[in-house]
Design a protein around this ligand. Structure first.
Ligand code: ZN
Length: 250
């Protein structure tokens, strides 16, 4: 296409075209607002905090599982100590009751008491190690719980801030939508439909102004004949940019 193309329009298009430009301005402003709404800085910060909270919760769950394993081990050790104390008590009772007479029996008992004593020492040592491990896990779990509380507070206030920022944009969008509806009502349906179709196809811009011999939609210069045509087109003719196809308003 080398010349500006045209289609038949409704009556007295110059006024509807100016209104259509105003519709376009409103639509562009609304597009920018929606873009801004989707990229509010609070949204990124919030996502970062939520990721940290999730990481914290995952870490805490792992540590909690480790603590429960250590507590189970501690209970096992306590059970073994109880059993060992029971055996020692029963041997003491037999000795006190004078049930152990022979030297051989006494020797066997002394050996068993020695084994039980050593095992008791080992169990006590292991219990201490496990208790220390539990204590360390609890310190870390408390630290994570504190961090979670701080994060939850930050997230709550940031959500509130994000909500306010979104509401402010929504108010602006609502104002634009009301004005847009009023303006659109003044544009002939066929022209508005064409504008909408072009807008969908051409990055949200369906109508462009002619500025310094250039189409403000595609920023390409019009040829002398295209310029002449667009400037002197009959009042009922809709002129299009030969390069991008947008409705052109001289
Ligand atoms: Zn163009």
């Amino acid at each position: 296409m080398t010349t500006a193309t045209s289609t038949g329009g409704g009556s007295a298009p110059s006024v509807p075209l100016e209104v259509l430009v105003a519709v376009q301005d409103g639509d562009t402003a609304a597009d920018q607002l929606r873009h801004r709404r989707a990229r509010l800085p609070e949204r990124n910060v919030l996502a970062g905090l939520e990721a940290r909270l999730e990481k914290n919760a995952t870490g805490a769950a792992e540590l909690d599982a480790a603590r429960r394993a250590q507590e189970a081990r501690l209970a096992e050790l306590a059970g073994e100590v109880d059993e060992l104390v029971g055996r020692t008590t029963r041997i003491d009772d037999r000795l006190r009751a004078g049930e152990v007479g022979s030297f051989r029996d006494q020797e066997a008992i002394a050996m068993e008491m020695g084994l039980l004593g050593r095992r008791r020492g080992e169990l006590d040592d292991e219990q201490l190690v496990v208790m220390e491990a539990i204590e360390e896990l609890e310190v870390e779990l408390n630290r994570l719980a504190g961090e979670r509380a701080v994060l939850a507070g930050e997230i709550a206030s940031l959500r509130a801030a994000l909500g306010s920022a979104e509401a402010a944009v929504d108010t602006e969008l609502a104002t634009i939508a009301i004005r847009r509806a009023d303006l659109a009502a003044e544009v002939p349906t066929g022209l508005l439909d064409e504008y909408e179709r072009l807008r969908v196809r051409l990055d949200g811009v369906g109508v462009a102004r002619l500025v310094n011999a250039c189409c403000s939609g595609c920023h390409l210069a019009l040829s002398a004949s295209e310029l002449d045509h667009s400037r002197h087109a009959p009042a009922d003719e809709i002129v299009h940019c030969a390069q991008c196809g947008r409705i052109l308003v001289a």
